[in-house]
Design a protein around this ligand. Structure first.
Ligand SMILES: Cc1ncc(COP(=O)(O)O)c(C=O)c1O
Length: 495
């Protein structure tokens, strides 16, 4: 009997070799997603690590991975308080030990008392562990001033990306010109665009202005919207603040302009605010869309529909692997809210991610036994990143052909690299995007793994690279050293 699944068919192509086809077709929406550029680079990085283990000689001893916005992957240590609470939740016998501070035991005991069966191994109810939803609600009220949001407007999920996907699934539908469009920044966090496309939505690009420090410009939003009307029905506007990949932090005035625009054009606002705790410039502060919307008063404050996303993956926690995120919905029609409940109830958020969210929303306070250590760890981490940002800016802007706008927040530097015509030609011969070619060569020659700007979208004829700045100081120094040496050789070779 054949081991092939019965619905698979085999046929010969023109050259006579056998190719496999199926009686079902891959969704055209999924097919429209551009393959990620970083995947072959990541595979090569893994191979190089293996070669180094086997003793293959290279001009470097290890691979530096600063490709992801994942601080712990880049070498930063997790916060002790998070890990202690998690440990006690997962292994409640620790609650009887003398080795853990009393506030850790209280936190873990409280969370466990609200887990079904008193165990982290059980599914939690929607919208998650009640205490965590309550802590998030109080956190939002402290951040923005004003009354805590109702718990029914907060949905905890397995990471904020999943929450975005769920909200998009409510907004996006249709075919042809009536297909729903979402205005998306370029450059953009690539998975957000993939989520949109996989649902059949249209990504309507609006370009952030690199010359203006990657600001969002209203004339560009207007242009994008007018162009989009010929191909789709724009229903929403997606913003990332602070940005990814460029680390611009949106000012209050700009947020007001965007809210007015959304109100006038009847667009649902999707505010991706996962980097809200990552601001490194002294005279710049993060202000939430929710806060600005409330301050603007009626008619905006009670009509503009907003979804604001946050995550335990980013900020001072950096717990990407635990998968904890949430969305707060503002001004959503109760009839639509019911459907939001349905889509979120498909999947319970992991309990470990919810524990991380509990710490994000309600960290140790002055007077708590864990506060001194927590304060020291977070202060030191912030100081390291602030110093890193200054250093990265100085080094990048000293390199010939490289310019980097200020990194005010977020997790990445996104410098522009002017590649010489001979390098462009070589990339073309190899069938690669020019900045992918640059990143591949950087990896091969220096062992540094970063990602190319083409992954995130960029103006035609411009090239960028992206790397994570939320990493230990020595890792960044090592990386910058390798980048400088490589860049100098690369420019000489292709000039
Ligand atoms: C802008 C932005 N939004 C969302 C996410 C995803 O976060 P999560 O891990 O909570 O799904 C990321 C991750 O890098 C991001 O950069």
């Amino acid at each position: 009997m054949s081991s092939e699944p019965s619905r698979r068919k085999r046929k010969k192509n023109k050259t006579g070799s056998t190719v496999s086809t199926s009686c079902w077709e891959i969704s055209p929406c999924v097919r429209s997603i551009k393959p990620l550029q970083y995947i072959p680079i990541a595979l090569r990085a893994a191979q190089i690590r293996e070669e180094l283990k086997q003793g293959v000689k290279k001009p470097f001893r290890e691979v530096i991975d600063v490709a992801w916005g994942d601080p712990q992957r880049a070498g930063l240590k997790p916060l002790t308080f998070v890990r202690q609470v998690l440990a006690a939740c997962l292994y409640p016998q620790l609650l009887d030990s003398t080795g853990l501070p009393t506030d850790v035991k209280q936190r873990a005991g409280g969370l466990l008392s609200e887990c079904q069966g008193g165990s982290m191994g059980s599914y939690t109810d929607l919208p998650g562990i009640p205490q965590v939803a309550q802590q998030i609600s109080e956190y939002i009220a402290r951040r923005d001033g004003g009354v805590p949001p109702k718990a029914e407007n907060i949905f905890i999920s397995s990471g904020s990306q999943w929450a975005l996907q769920n909200i998009l699934s409510l907004l996006v539908h249709g075919h042809g010109e009536v297909r729903s469009g979402v205005l998306t920044p370029i450059p953009c966090h690539v998975t957000s665009i993939a989520s949109l496309l996989s649902l059949g939505g249209v990504s309507v690009p609006y370009y952030l202005s690199e010359e203006h420090g990657w600001e969002l410009r209203m004339e560009e939003l207007n242009r994008a919207l007018e162009n989009a009307k010929q191909v789709c029905t724009p229903v929403a506007l997606y913003v990332i603040n602070p940005g990814n990949p460029p680390g611009h932090v949106q000012r209050k005035k700009s947020i007001q302009d965007v809210i007015r625009f959304a109100s006038e054009k009847r667009l649902f606002l999707l505010a991706d605010e996962v980097y809200q705790d990552c601001v490194y410039t002294d005279d710049v502060e993060f202000v939430s869309y929710k806060k600005v919307l409330a301050e603007m008063g009626p008619p905006f404050s009670d009509t503009v529909e907003l979804a604001s996303f946050h995550s335990a993956s980013k900020g001072f926690l950096g717990e990407c692997g635990l998968r904890g995120g949430y969305v707060e919905l503002v001004n959503m029609d109760p009839a639509v809210l019911k459907h939001a409940c349905t889509v979120f109830s498909k999947d319970n958020a992991p309990t470990a991610g919810q524990v991380a969210l509990s710490v994000l929303a309600n960290p140790p306070r002055l007077g708590d036994p864990s506060y001194p250590l927590f304060e020291t760890e977070t202060r030191q981490m912030h100081a390291v990143i602030k110093a890193t940002v200054r250093r990265v800016h100085e080094v990048l802007n000293s390199l010939p052909g490289v310019s980097c706008q200020p990194v005010e927040g977020g997790a990445f530097a996104f410098p522009r690299v002017e590649l010489p015509p001979k390098a462009l030609q070589k990339a073309k011969e190899l069938g690669m995007e020019p900045d992918t070619f640059y990143c591949v060569r950087l990896l091969e020659e220096s062992g540094a793994f970063i990602t190319p700007g083409c992954e995130y979208g960029q103006k035609e004829g411009t090239y960028h690279i992206r790397f994570c700045i939320r990493a230990p100081g020595d890792v960044i120094e090592d990386f910058l050293g390798r980048l400088v040496t490589f860049h100098t050789q690369f420019m000489t070779e292709f000039s």
